[in-house]
Design a protein around this ligand. Structure first.
Ligand code: TNX
Length: 535
């Protein structure tokens, strides 16, 4: 019998419609997707005015047998669990489910989205996060997270309801490199603290964690072939307090934790300057064969590896090869900044040799902008922090740039003269100033084509623990995240500061110790409501 060709069809359809109505008759709260405070602001949004209700019956489906997706599905379930009290199951599905589900898929088949973009479609019955690759799904999940009330970030059960505005979001990043740097040398930060930092940064679609692992004040990564680096060089930090270091196992664990959040770890070993901790550990790395004392101050520019000794290059070769073996990402950062005790005639050949060492270990070299004095390979990357001339010289050599201008990006710069921690040699950087710049137009001779992305470094001469770290990082990093992700024409301080104000509640619920800048109307919404109720 061909059911659809008989005249019972209209009746059957009406019956079906009635059944659908009956089973989905929960009243949906009208909600406007365009009113939501999403950071970074997405490329495109369209609202349909209703809402999806997350309940204990919601199921998270991941497209069959894609490993990265299952992890992201579980990540989402863990994210939603504590505040909702729901134990949402994560199941594999060959095709899109029909209702009461969140569906994660990499079958978007949509070239415009690239490898990190996503399309998030929310109907009354179904949420779909579609991308071309797991990273895109992960970022779609971060956006979805921001569509729930701030109380979703609580670690104890909250009242709900958990309603998500319906509509569609299409989104992909302006820059492929969106980084944070943490200096664990001046003050050491343990694995748990760094993991928290990774979690917070990943929530804003940051995809690189650059670890500044060595400096004058401390060597922080186990190198099995040179054990004194950590035994001696890792023992102290600024102020002379006890230092610390990561074992290779701990580092690998951190790398995996970051990878599960779509973040690539870039290890930095600073050279030929900023090396007192190494020089104190091995006398032979010094031109006079004398190991200096450990250094717990905050001066820069006084130390250098002995650039004409064979042992120096054996040392670097061993360090780079051990690091390369535990670093799946494509980059090794070799510092190269402020080598004031290394004459330029020695510095240039030194950087050229180190560049070859990094390449022979299958990695691309990153260095601070001073490396532009050397002859750079096409895969090398220069990180701009201070000098427009160095930036232009690197761009003219055809290499890509990471933009970290100190007067905009340095998270150790004080907000204003009253800030308790930090320095101000480059600038005071208020929350608006950190946001109000465009990497593509900042420097003469440097345009978007030259730029891989942006990175926000936190130097820790004055920052000693996670609470202080959070205060310096938040909320400026949130603005940097928007600069790195959102298209320049979509960025606007007047609308951003309102969205950021809403995120204050999120950060608070996450327990983040952030700076309540007077330039952001944190309680503006509350005031508006209070004013209304007085009328
Ligand atoms: C400059 S930036 C440095 C660091 C300091 C920082 C303090 C750079 C490549 N070098 O050694 O920690 O200033 O703001």
């Amino acid at each position: 019998m061909n059911f659809y060709k008989t005249n019972t069809a209209p009746l059957a359809a009406a019956f079906l419609a009635a059944a659908v109505l009956l089973f989905s008759c929960e009243k949906r709260t009208p909600k406007d997707l365009l009113q939501e405070s999403i950071i970074p602001v997405p490329v495109a949004m369209a609202a349909t005015g209703s809402s999806f209700a997350l309940t204990k019956k919601t199921v998270i489906y991941v497209q069959d047998s894609i490993a990265g997706l299952t992890k992201t599905g579980q990540y989402l379930a863990h994210l939603l669990g504590p505040a909702t009290g729901f134990e949402l199951p994560v199941k594999a599905a060959a095709k899109a489910p029909r209702s009461k589900a969140i569906y994660l898929t990499t079958a978007a088949g949509d070239a415009e989205l690239g490898s990190e973009g996503y399309e998030l479609t929310i109907t009354e019955d179904l949420i779909t996060v579609a991308a071309n690759a797991p990273a895109g799904v992960f970022y779609g999940v971060q956006t979805l997270r921001q569509l729930l009330p701030p109380s979703i970030e609580s670690d104890s059960v909250q009242a709900g309801p958990w309603e998500i505005a319906t509509g569609t979001i299409r989104d992909y990043p302006a820059y492929s490199y969106r980084g944070v740097m943490l200096d664990v040398s001046r003050h050491f930060f343990g694995v748990d603290g760094v993991k928290r930092y990774v979690d917070l940064a990943a929530a804003y679609k940051i995809n690189v964690l650059h670890l500044h692992l060595s400096d004058d004040q401390g060597w922080r990564i186990e190198i099995k072939s040179w054990p004194e680096l950590t035994a001696i060089g890792g023992s102290t930090e600024v102020g002379g307090t006890k230092g610390g270091f990561y074992t290779q196992e701990q580092y690998k664990d951190l790398v995996q934790y970051a990878a599960d959040r779509q973040m690539t770890v870039i290890p930095e070993i600073d050279m030929p300057g900023h090396t007192n901790a190494a020089l104190a550990s091995y006398a032979g790395l010094n031109c006079n064969d004398k190991a200096p004392a450990l250094y717990a101050g905050t001066d820069v520019g006084f130390s250098t590896l002995c650039t004409d000794r064979e042992i120096t290059y054996k040392f670097i070769g061993n360090v780079v090869s051990e690091l390369a073996a535990i670093t799946p990402g494509p980059y090794i950062h070799i510092g190269g900044d402020e080598s004031h005790s290394t004459p330029l005639k020695d510095y240039i050949p030194f950087i050229n040799v180190v560049q070859d060492i990094v390449a022979s270990n299958g990695k691309q070299m990153i260095g601070w902008d001073e490396i532009s004095h050397a002859t750079l390979k096409s895969g090398t990357i220069a990180q701009v922090w201070a000098s427009p001339e160095n930036a232009k010289r690197a761009a003219d050599q055809g290499v890509k740039l990471i933009m970290s201008p100190a007067n905009k990006c340095y998270l150790d710069m004080q907000y204003d003269s009253t800030t308790q921690w930090g320095l101000h040699w480059a600038a005071y950087i208020e929350v608006d100033s950190a946001y109000l710049w465009d990497p593509a137009t900042l420097l003469p001779g440097v345009s978007k084509e030259n730029i891989l992305g942006i990175e926000s470094p936190l130097w820790t001469e004055t920052v000693t623990n996670i609470e202080e770290l959070e205060y310096m990082v938040f909320p400026r990093l949130v603005g940097h995240a928007e600069i790195g992700w959102s298209p320049a024409p979509k960025r606007n301080w007047d609308t951003y500061k309102l969205r950021l104000a809403q995120h204050g509640k999120r950060l608070e619920t996450m327990g983040v110790n952030f700076y309540r800048s007077a330039f952001v109307p944190w309680d503006g919404a509350k005031k508006a409501i209070a004013a209304e109720s007085q009328n």
